[in-house]
Design a binder for this molecule. Structure first.
Ligand code: NAG
Ligand code: NAG
Ligand code: NAG
Ligand code: NAG
Length: 446
């Protein structure tokens, strides 16, 4: 999955002696989940709780640390979350060194202290699309696993973290083109998690993993039939149900489909429905699964003939695949010549955040399609598409309606909650509030 990083010039800054900022005690807020089955639920989200307590709901998002200058931790609506994950620390050739770029290293202490003073679990994510290169070697041998555990415990202690999110993209699979990977990655990953969980500090840490639509692959390269052991050491997983379709796909398609079983057979490329089915069929408990939701979309250059079908927008139209035709998204820096860690140009992502669709004129300030913009809500993927006929730009994204549909799915499936990539993409909490309302989550403050 594609997590845009601002710059490939990541300074390896580790073990900076940064002191947590002092903050005064803020009002304490807890999230009250829908069922009302337990009257004790308003007692709040506790640090280090895990999924064995059904009264917990996990309302979480990732915080992109490299955007800290424009989006400081103080701008997060903390009372609407139970957990927040700082992205990313990255793996390095030295198993004992986990890297943070300098903007992130500066922002992390403020992030942790803001989270904790709001009763929100503070996690640090390791990896991401461009930061997973050395995961495989870090867990390859018993010696390396111990060193990696120690490096993580060092970060936990240095930054006073409540938990660690493992965003390894992906064990046993290539991911970014120059990643190291090995057929035994998943087995080694499990051994590593068991060792970390077995340490004194590890027992109380919240341990999470960001995962693909299908279970971790085994040594045969196929999704494992039984991943239940991962559920005994991880508190939860977040299924990254986004970037399912994008510029790499044969046609336009939904970035974050809720369902694909109702799509034409050729267009069934995975969805929240298929992913939850696959993980639970492999014995990962539903109540330890959070659904990843996208506060952004992917853009495509589509001719009017292909895009428009009667009064509506065509689903799965062809698009201009020439990289020079890729629309510049709100998340892109025009003229960006940066390289990814493999030395390839990052290029134009075409990603529009939900807020960027509003500022770019595609959506009105209330998040509905602007006058002159064509809009379709695909009833199968339950996601919207917008199209500007003049610029020939089509965007597959998520809106209040698609977030609500996903919220109802989370409840209906008995999932643990949600994880939004990322916390900065929303506008005036239009998406988040819609999700809370659909799930029946209330924020209770004392
Ligand atoms: C989860 O919480 C239960 C009850 O508090 C506890 O017994 C169990 O050991 C915890 N599990 C993990 C993996 O932390
Ligand atoms: C163990 O980690 C070191 C780097 O710290 C690396 O050079 C080595 O290749 C790793 N071992 C394996 C078997 O990957
Ligand atoms: C959103 O705002 C536009 C005008 O800016 C208005 O026409 C439309 O009715 C509003 N939609 C909703 C759902 O509030
Ligand atoms: C559609 O794109 C054209 C060309 O870029 C632009 O001038 C126009 O404002 C856009 N329309 C809307 C409704 O944003």
């Amino acid at each position: 999955m594609f997590h845009p990083l601002a710059s490939s010039d990541v300074a390896l800054i580790l073990l900076l002696a940064l002191h947590p900022l002092l903050t005064s005690a803020a009002q304490y807020c807890a999230l009250k989940p829908p069922s009302g089955s337990s009257p004790s639920i308003s007692s709040g989200i506790q640090q280090g709780t895990n999924a064995t307590d059904p009264s917990n709901v996990v309302a979480s998002a990732w915080y992109p640390g490299w955007l800290a200058t424009d989006f400081p931790p103080s701008s997060i609506a903390w009372d609407k979350y139970s957990a927040m994950t700082f992205a990313f620390a990255t793996t390095t050739p030295d198993v004992s060194t986990i890297a943070l770029d300098d903007v992130s290293a500066q922002a992390l202490p403020e992030f942790v202290s803001a989270a904790q003073s709001n009763g929100v679990t503070a996690l640090l994510s390791i990896g991401g699309w461009t930061g997973s290169m050395y995961y495989s070697t870090a867990v390859a041998t018993a010696e390396n696993r111990s060193a990696f555990v120690n490096a993580i415990l060092g970060l936990v202690s240095q930054y006073d973290l409540d938990g660690i999110d493992f965003d390894w993209e992906y064990p046993g699979r290539e991911g970014l083109s120059c990643n190291i990977f090995d057929p035994d990655d998943s087995a080694h990953f499990l051994s590593f998690l068991q060792e970390l969980r077995g340490t004194d500090t590890g027992k109380t840490l919240v341990l999470t993993a960001a995962v693909s639509l299908t279970p971790f692959v085994g040594s045969d390269g196929q999704p494992m039939a039984d991943v239940s052991q991962f559920a005994t050491v991880l508190d939860r997983i977040a299924i990254m149900n986004y970037d399912v379709w994008g510029s790499w796909s044969p046609t336009v398609g939904p970035n974050a489909p809720l369902d694909d079983s109702c799509a034409p057979a050729a267009d069934q490329d995975g969805s929240a429905v298929s992913a939850v089915n696959a993980w639970t069929a492999a014995n990962f408990p539903a109540n330890q699964i959070t659904l990843g939701l996208a506060s952004y979309g992917h853009s495509f250059r589509v001719s009017s003939t292909a895009a428009i079908q009667g009064n509506s927008l065509a689903l799965y139209p062809s698009f201009d695949t020439d990289p020079s035709a890729q629309p510049v998204g709100s998340a892109d820096t025009p003229g960006d010549t940066s390289l990814d860690p493999c030395g390839n140009p990052n290029g134009v992502s075409g990603i529009f955040t939900f807020a960027g669709l509003i500022s770019g004129g595609y959506l009105d300030p209330n998040g509905t399609a602007a006058p002159g913009i064509k809009y379709t809500f695909d009833s199968c993927s339950q996601t919207p598409f917008v199209y500007n006929e003049t610029s020939q730009v089509m965007v597959s994204y998520d809106d209040a309606a698609s977030f609500a549909a996903k919220g109802r799915f989370i409840n209906a499936q008995g999932l643990l909650g949600f994880a939004v990539w990322d916390v900065t993409g929303d506008q005036d909490d239009i998406l988040l509030d819609s999700l809370h309302e659909a799930m029946g989550i209330e924020s209770v403050c004392e």
